[in-house]
Design a protein around this ligand. Sequence first.
Ligand code: SF4
Length: 234
Amino acid sequence: MSAAPHEALAGATADEVLAWADRTFGKSAAIASSFGVEDVVLIDLAQRHAPRLPIFTLDTGRLPPETYDVMEEVRRRYGVAILAYAPERAAVEELERTKGFFSFRRSIDERRECCGLRKLEPLRRALLGKSAWVTGLRREQSVTRTGVEVVETDAAPGGILKLNPLAAWSEADVWRYAREHALPVNALHARGYPSIGCAPCTRAVAPGEDVRAGRWWWESPEHKECGLHGRGGR
Ligand code: SF4
């Protein structure tokens, strides 16, 4: 399978993808989690099928308290360490001293500057020396994610594999799994937040709105990625 995991795993179930990652990479792969419901589903599946993979999160410094509540619940429920990567202190201090506390609202460039400093640089450290990373991305999530494949080669962190075991899952699939397994879920979901990121860059959505309409709501849909997933800008 090593010659072409992209093809071999294209139609595999999430369980099969995770088991393959555990067999193939063990600790040299890692699960990225921002603790939305997809990510908790992914962690639950990984505890069953890929228990050697470490779990990391990007602690941007601007996350809502509800996200920390879920992180702690997950940490306790599974007895796992959540490897939190924070931004470089000096860079955050410089940004806030020179541009204030809401520079990301002024332009796409300034928003990307903040995401770069608080997410991309910590991600780079999280993936240093890794052969693969695993995410909870789904194709249905937004116009920027319709092309998500189960296995991708991620150019940004140096050509490592990126596995998206839930790529084909629907929102209903995710919630069915979460309910059946009584998983801890971020309290913001029940308040109209289908997609949850940093507190100042996430709002609730109205019924019928796109699931990512509440992320950087002042920008147009095609820009709504922060660069973690190489499609323009999560
Ligand atoms: S989501 Fe907002 S606060 Fe968080 S890193 Fe990006 S711009 Fe900064």
